[in-house]
Design a protein around this ligand. Structure first.
Ligand code: PLP
Length: 246
């Protein structure tokens, strides 16, 4: 897909390529922090491990990765069972309401909340399991038709409604920017998401903080960091190309 880009990860399966990729990504994040005068501690790398075997996650874990992102409930649960318990699991995919119960006590952060009905289900299951669910609101900031996420204009009202629910904490915003050849094209969207989070913060809703901005993927995470990302979600840049066989 992006073979001619400098971000393309090595994926020749030779032992150690994951370690090398992680080092590269981390040093790119560091450079982006320097450029934008941010503290590197403010930015956490999520290794997006969907479709990857447990052995690949283990290799990333051995390099110090503790944040992993999955987009399927069953896969997250399976890997959760097999890997060390100090891993923080990020549910980054679109979550169906009938599956909330399986991950409510396993997900460290649920990134893709874009409706009150889903938030209500998360709240209900969190109360049942006696945990507090931490969520991000997904905003379709580029208004792409194919994407999940709410419109920018709907965010404040949705968040205010969610803030009234028990056992749920809104930590910030998440977006999936368009796929572009030149990451600079996405800078405007990252700026816009950050501005939106500042506007929402001013409303001072209970149970709402806007400390988290989850934005930036393999193709554009450096620009996202420059514009304020606190989580970047990098998959192919760490693990190489994904192979879907079903
Ligand atoms: C797959 C995925 C990523 C990682 O994408 P890459 O381009 O491989 O880095 C990030 N965020 C979400 C929501 C994803 O589904």
């Amino acid at each position: 897909m992006n073979e001619d880009k400098k971000h393309t990860a090595k994926s020749d399966m030779s032992y150690g390529y994951i370690a090398e990729n992680i080092k590269t990504v981390q040093s790119n994040i560091l450079s982006a922090c320097k450029l934008s005068e941010r503290y590197p501690e403010e930015v956490t790398l999520i290794a997006v491990s969907k479709t990857m075997p447990v052995s690949a996650l283990r290799e990333a874990y051995d390099c110090g990765c503790r944040h992993f992102g999955e987009n399927k409930v069953q896969e997250l649960v399976d890997k959760y069972e097999q890997l060390p318990k100090d891993i923080k699991w990020h549910m980054i995919g679109h979550l169906q309401r009938n599956k909330v119960k399986y991950i409510i006590d396993k997900a460290y952060l649920i990134h893709g909340v874009d409706s009150l009905r889903l938030a209500e289900e998360i709240s209900r299951e969190a109360v049942k399991k006696n945990v507090v669910a931490h969520i991000l609101i997904e905003v379709n900031i580029a208004q792409e038709e194919s994407k999940f996420g709410i419109k920018k204009e709907e965010a404040a009202a949705l968040i205010e409604n969610i803030s009234k629910l028990p056992s749920i904490q809104v930590e910030g915003l998440m977006t999936i920017a368009p796929y572009v050849e030149n990451s600079e094209e996405n800078r405007q969207y990252f700026v816009s998401l950050r501005q939106l989070s500042v506007d929402i913060m001013k409303k001072n809703n209970d149970n709402v903080s806007m400390n988290v901005l989850s934005m930036g993927m393999t193709g554009d995470y450096e620009v996202a960091v420059e514009e304020g990302a606190t989580y970047v979600r990098v998959g192919t840049g760490i693990f190489g190309d994904r192979h879907y066989n079903s």
